[in-house]
Design a binder for this molecule. Structure first.
Ligand SMILES: O=c1ccn([C@@H]2O[C@H](COP(=O)(O)O)[C@@H](O)[C@H]2O)c(=O)[nH]1
Length: 285
């Protein structure tokens, strides 16, 4: 078994930082000449996998756009995930799961168990019920080489009221999420932690009171950063926004890459991937 952190580390070492979103919005499906149904979502997802293979670091299917088609949407997503496994494309399932421990463990079984129909490499999670409530996934991380991305400072403006709040210990909620992710014991043979965080590209870390200072021996903290493209953040600013975190940055773009149809998709993925690699090189950061 090759772990998520090892595979992610290999992609990052090859200067791949782009995470291509798979978000089959109705207008995008129309733009692609596809029907607004499960078949259309499946076609878009499978085309994205083909374009991302060997070029992007990972893909991120957004479950909401499959779930709106009910069971047919889940079947479509299963087929997209099967394509990704066959093509060796890393998948972060954007499912934002969180619950009391026993229920959360069932989510981890669904998304992170090898052989599960919905098996992904990593999933997004919320620790609003306490970081400890995520422990049902820690076995999947340690024993099955899976990964987690904990929402810390999200890209939407409404999140600030909650995530910038200060806890009794003086840290912001966002900083506490980062600290808990950093404290997760990574296997010794990896350069990248298996537990990372979601930090929106539309924000400044200072606004959220976030200081991500890694202890010297620690593997890098993977950061999934949505907000580039359609939400206004510019890939060219990624080095400045994320500073020393750049090495393990996964810059997500969904609508901005998907817009324009299937034709030209491979070129757009290549162009965005090259741009983010350039933005993160020390000379231009
Ligand atoms: O803080 C967050 C967390 C998740 N998202 C998700 O990322 C994509 C962004 O799509 P764009 O089209 O590139 O804006 C989408 O699936 C969101 O649900 C986020 O935007 N911000």
């Amino acid at each position: 078994m090759t772990s998520f952190s090892n595979r992610l580390g290999a992609a990052l070492a090859a200067k791949r930082h782009l995470c291509v979103g798979i978000d089959p919005h109705a207008p995008l499906l129309a733009d692609w000449g596809l029907t607004d149904d499960a078949a259309g979502a499946e076609r878009m997802g499978r085309d994205v996998i083909a374009a991302a293979a060997g070029v992007a670091a990972c893909v991120k299917p957004q479950i909401a756009f499959f779930e709106r088609f009910g069971s047919a949407g889940y079947v479509a997503l299963e087929r997209v995930l099967a394509d990704a496994r066959a093509a060796g494309v890393l998948v972060i399932a954007d499912v934002k799961r969180g619950d009391i421990g026993s229920s959360f463990a069932a989510y981890a079984d669904a998304w992170l168990t090898p052989g599960s129909p919905l098996e992904a490499d990593a999933m997004t999670v919320t620790a609003y019920q306490g970081f400890g409530s995520l422990s049902g996934a820690f076995g999947h991380v340690r024993d099955h080489g899976k990964g987690l991305f904990v929402l810390a400072a999200t890209s939407n403006p409404e999140a600030r009221e909650v995530q910038q709040s200060r806890r009794a210990d003086g840290r912001t909620v966002a900083q506490a999420m980062v600290d808990d992710a950093l404290a997760f014991d990574a296997p010794l043979d990896t350069h990248v932690n298996s537990v990372g965080v979601v930090l929106g590209a539309t924000l400044t870390l200072a606004d959220f009171g976030i200081d991500v200072t890694l202890p010297p021996a620690k593997p890098a903290l993977p950061v999934l950063a949505p907000g580039f493209g359609h939400q206004g953040a510019r890939i060219e600013d990624a080095g400045r926004t994320f500073g020393g975190l750049g090495w393990a940055l996964l810059a997500n773009e969904s609508r901005s890459v998907l817009s324009g149809g299937a034709r030209g998709l491979a070129d757009r993925v290549r162009e965005r991937s090259d741009s983010i690699a350039r933005a993160l090189t020390p000379e231009s950061a």
